[in-house]
Design a protein around this ligand. Sequence first.
Ligand code: AMP
Length: 398
Amino acid sequence: MKILVINAGSSSLKYQLYDMTDESVLAKGLVERIGMDSSILTHKPTGKEEYTEVSEILEHTTAVRKVLNALTDAEHGVISSVSEIEAVGHRVVHGGEIFKQSALITPEAKSEIRRLFDLAPLHNPPSMMGIRAAEANMPNVPQTVIFDTSFHQTMPEKAYMYAIPRVLYNKYKVRRYGAHGTSHDFVSKEAAKFLGRPLEDLKIITCHIGNGGSITAVQGGLSVDTSMGMTPLEGLMMGTRSGDLDPAIVPYVMNKEELTVNEVNSMLNKHSGLLAISGISSDMREVTEGMEKGEANSTLAFEMYEYRLRKYIGSYAAAMNGVDVIVFTAGVGENSAVLRKRVLEQLTFLGIELDESLNAIRSGEPRRITTANSKVEVLVIPTNEELVIARDTFRLVQ
Ligand code: AMP
């Protein structure tokens, strides 16, 4: 069965076509600048040359049509007809409390997703555009939705409630939902597989640290706590997001600087984090370079990022009364040996013993970076959120 995975943003659409007989990727790509001048399609067929096309793509339906044309093109294509695609899986950020699992798209599911626009105004509307675009181009193909929040629906009340008036939960569902659920789910399962141990027996802390970042306590395969909150702003310090801060800072700064709600939202989401403290970049590579050159602001940015991550690891070990495995994943987690070293060399109280030569190895494969004596296994596992979407879709349509 061939499955198309779609991840739609407001002006972009990422895709991957899977052959589920061996879970291989036949092609992947990206449409950028939808609705702007000179939209760009970058199509990467496996085993063939990358293909780029610049044209005017005014909305998502045209973007999906362009993708299907590329997939079936005589020269750059990987299938002979669109009818070979038997299902489409969509990534959706927010599933609220309604979607505890991935689901087939039905008229009811679509109206539920629309009702969740309020909770994720930046993320869910573009996903709906992707769904509509796929339906318009492939009306008879089953479609599914896979949510970033579903994996965290197992959190207990004490982890997801905020200590604010309950009426806000009752009326508006203000609570912790978390994010990156497909990634935390995937790497925790991969960790158990790698170690050859039953997932049910393990206490795992998964650190998904990329441009955005979140950390999850996974006990017996279930998310029991996670650092992102009602929105993806809470928790770790990120590329451009502040992560945790005293909520009283918000009204204080709004008052002093006469900022609107939108302005303060933008400040915390787009102009904070590594970017704000380093004054250079939101990219951990550039911040690390700045630190290595002895630049004070980059050094502080790196130290804050590392310190906050380490504190979360400590608190999740406390939340589960122990930890067997720590997993690093996503752009920073998979690639920054220096960050992993700095975090782990101050977690020796947990019995962690880093193997520096294993930590320095670069590879796209799951690997262990601790010594045989370490009381906690620390693994680096490349994440694969698209594969989770393809697998869930495969399961749902069968
Ligand atoms: P992601 O959101 O998972 O794609 O991660 C993207 C981020 O990974 C980039 O913004 C970089 O900060 C980070 N990254 C990628 N490669 C490296 C590296 N070699 N060292 C440190 N950070 C990296």
